[in-house]
Design a protein around this ligand. Sequence first.
Ligand code: ADP
Length: 640
Amino acid sequence: MKTSKEARNTSFTEMALKPFSLNFMDPELEKRFRERYFLNSIAVFRISLFTVILLYAAFGLLDYSLAESYHKEFYTIRFLIVIPFLILMFISSYFSFFSRIWQLIGSLGLLIAGTGIIYMLLRHPQNIYYYGGMFLIFMGGYFFIKLRFFSALISGIGLLFIYNFGSLLFNYFLDVEPIYWIAANAFFIAANIICIIGLYSIERLERLDFFQKQLLNDKQIEIELINEGLEEQVKHRTQELDKRNDKLEREILTREIMEQKLIVAKEKAEESDKLKTAFLANMSHEIRTPMNGILGFTALLKEPDLTGDDKEKYIEIIQKSGDRMLNTVNDIIEVSKIETGLLKAVFGNTNVNSIIEELFQFFQLEVHKKNMVLEFHTDLSDDDSCIKSDNSMLLSILTNLVKNAIKYSNTGRIKFGYHLKNKSLIFFVEDEGIGISKEKQGSIFNRFSQENQDVNKAVEGSGLGLSISKAYIELLGGKIWVESEKGKGSCFYFEHPYTKMMKNNFSSDRSTLNSSPAIDFRGKSLLIAEDEEYVFEYLNLVLLKTEISIKWAKNGKEAVDFCKENQHFDTILMDINMPIMDGYQATKEIKHLFPNIPIIAQTAFAIKGDKEKMITAGCDDYISKPIDKDLLLALLKKHL
Ligand code: ADP
């Protein structure tokens, strides 16, 4: 049973054909069908035609016995008219024009061949074989030589017409009984009807088949197009997926990098936590130990039965403890300045040879006391050794490194100095001390980091020195590194750009550190501007032996007033942080009135840049609190 869809399809297919001619409604389709039909039929057509020629010729031989009296006439029809025409048809089938006229030529062939038999039949009506011949002609025309239904129909009807017309022409009715004529017509018409119906249904099926194939073809093309579209879509989707994959991969990578960063940050935080704990323990040690010294020995000084030697020993311990505490406090201040980005290098004329020699002088005694040797090396001549640098930074870097070298070695030699290499000065401080393990070499430049970070075994030192030195060196445009072997010693290097400057005669902060204290300032006068009484007291005591005349102003205003009162002062020691009027203002006013009186600034702010600020205000020199006795004497000597 047909489904409704199949039924719809069939009727749709049938609607494509014209019912009578069987032509397709669509002329384009009709054209395509005819072309296909020709290509499919031409081989069969030639074989059929060839066979027909052979058969037609073979039957011609039969004429000799069947129609003796007419055989010459019949030969002429067969061999001079019909067969040459058929041969001509056969030959022309090999020419290109043939595809356009083959149905017409085929129909003509059928007509001519049929007319030939009809002629023989009319001339020889008693010979029944020619009736059979007519059937063969019909069969051949309709089914053999691939004529289309319509062409065959016209030829078939044409032959019927020729037969009847010929019968009339040859006065047939006179010789033959009409019943034979009627019977022959009946047979011919019946043969035609059967053949036409047969051919009609064959051609219709063929055309429907062609049409279905076309539909299939179209559908296939449509499917191919859809497929192409699908492929395109799949390609597009794949590309999109690839892009998303790439994006995801990138995101994963970013996440991985972030995770790595987080891990590093976490490790750093843990490390810094550890360092801070160690630092606090160390700081506690670093502050408590000197405090212990100061408080303990100050109490001991009060003992009534102390000898002079004991007193001197205790005072020295108190002094050293104070120095050590001051160093720690200074280091902490420096670190906080580095941390907040406040620290700036103040470049000026710096004599590296002087610095090296002064350091050598300064530390020589200490090194000798440990039974060690101190050596120094300079590459440049004194004339070439003035460079562009921050004098105090360079000094404190080298001081720190040499101090460490002394601190961390007990035997051997300590050598320091610099080499000139490719427009850079490579400074070095070398010792033969305890050395630093490879693992720790990278971290000793970090804040609070010490090789031996065992909290219970804290050594003297805050663990800040190297990190401060590193920050200083970076501000000076260089870098620091260490080469060391555990147990054999260390060599610290740092690179400093070599920019030569004109030689000057300025001294470094420590240039007169070891100057003799045997100083006599008799006849000279000094104004000390200082709000803290114990500081004034200290200064007074320090300067007592020099026999200098001292006047005390308790604030900046008093200092200015004393000067205005026309009291003569050879020099003024000016505290900066004072009530009523600070040291900057007082300096400015005094300098305005008496530009020749030298003013030495003193302050507790160990902040870099203060010095420059005071010099701008008019100060001639600078000393920081707590005041170093020797340094003060040296400065006064310089200005008096
Ligand atoms: P500290 O105040 O502890 O000396 P530093 O920052 O100056 O702090 O030094 C950090 C650490 O580096 C020291 O604790 C020490 O372990 C190591 N170190 C520095 N200099 C030397 C040296 N010359 N020899 C051996 N170890 C040193």
